[in-house]
Design a protein around this ligand. Structure first.
Ligand code: NDP
Length: 337
């Protein structure tokens, strides 16, 4: 498969042009293009420009409203409720992050909910921004269309529901932990199915809920959560923090992020920000403590910090550019016109 290397700026510009060409308003296209290019820069290709053709098809079909403008209400001093209006998720999340950053100073803690939303991509980017720019501990959650079954069942009801965390740390970039709650991304099972290869036991169950190593049967079944029944409980927790708390669709009610069929997915996101200094130790002491605790971890042979692999990829690709499949770039250029 041939590939072409793009700079970050070129990748962002191409994604923005493609989204504007199908009717995304300028700010929504810009926020979306930036988030997707940032995911690619960090090596998270499954949440990068590869999503643009699906977003474009959904905007064209009206499943995603390209002209939606997020609306913000302030139900309490320390809370924000953003309605994404069935548009792309990124402008709505950007609004939630801006409000969280501006309110956390005087409130100490802020909760920002986003409803009627869509695919939020690599969730860690948003909490990283909050930790770096506002100096806070930040958590973000999103639900997603059904892929994981509750413990005891083989019927997928809930999403892979990622959780992201970031906090400031003395002497370096914020620590970022960003993980989905499935053992592996569904995309890896799709690749195995395309190649006709088996998958390891423990990744998925078939349509009857039995463990399977057959990739095609797995696609008809459910993804397995990390950590067995406890992981399935975490999936439920995230589902309730997002779908229930923000009045959004649950995984089993949400349409696919990948095609233009059905109505808008209308899933939800929740962002929490906690200001160090508001819960005990002052901000510098907290950042020092994070550095000391992680330094003790790193003193063990073979240990690295979560997020450091992505930072290394980011530094390398900022210098050398981001490799993209030529076919994807041709598709995006055709959409951009
Ligand atoms: P990974 O399994 O790649 O990584 C999960 C976390 O564990 C990362 O913080 C990673 O750090 C860390 N980690 C992994 N191995 C080690 C190690 N040996 N030592 C220390 N830390 C380690 O991520 P996922 O596949 O679960 O998720 C990928 C992305 O997909 C995320 O950005 C997530 O938000 C996104 N996603 C989005 C969805 C949506 O609907 N919007 C749905 C599902 C996923 P590092 O990255 O540095 O390796």
């Amino acid at each position: 498969m041939s590939s072409e290397v793009l700079s970050f700026d070129a990748a962002e510009a191409l994604a923005g042009a493609a989204l504007r060409a199908v009717g995304a308003r300028s700010e929504a296209a810009a926020e979306t293009a930036r988030a997707l290019a940032r995911a690619d820069l960090d090596g998270i290709a499954s949440h990068g420009l590869s999503r643009v053709p699906a977003y474009a098809a959904q905007i064209r079909a009206g499943k995603v409203k390209g002209d939606a403008v997020p609306s913000v209400t302030r139900p309490a001093d320390a809370t924000v409720a953003v309605d994404a209006g069935d548009g792309l998720a990124y402008p709505a999340i950007a609004a939630a992050i801006r409000w969280a950053a501006s309110l956390v100073g005087r409130n100490g803690i802020v909760a920002a909910g986003v409803r009627n939303s869509h695919h939020a991509g690599a969730l860690g980017l948003f909490v990283e921004d909050l930790a770096r720019d506002a100096g806070v501990f930040a958590l973000a959650f999103t639900n997603s269309p059904a892929g994981i079954a509750p413990a005891g069942s083989g019927t997928p009801l809930f999403g892979t529901n990622p959780v992201a965390f970031a906090c400031p740390m003395t002497g370096r970039d914020p620590l970022v932990i960003d993980l989905s709650l499935s053992v592996v991304a569904r995309g890896r099972i799709m690749v195995a199915a395309q190649k006709g290869e088996p998958i390891p036991e423990g990744w998925a169950t078939d349509a009857q809920g039995n463990p399977t190593t057959d990739a095609k049967s797995a696609l008809a079944g459910a993804m397995l959560p990390i950590g067995g029944a406890k992981g399935a409980a975490l999936v439920l927790m995230v589902e309730l923090l997002t779908a229930a708390l923000t009045a959004s669709h649950a995984g089993f009610e949400a349409s696919s992020f990948f095609d233009d069929k059905g109505g808008p997915p209308r899933i939800g996101q929740l962002v929490l920000a906690i200001r160090p200094g508001a819960v005990g130790a002052d901000a510098q002491a907290v950042a020092d403590r994070v550095a000391a605790i992680t330094a003790r971890m790193l003193a063990e042979p073979g240990v690295r910090l979560p997020g450091d692999r992505r930072l290394a990829i980011r530094a390398r690709q900022r210098r050398d550019g981001i490799p993209y499949p030529a076919a994807l770039l041709a598709e995006l250029r055709a959409i951009a016109g």
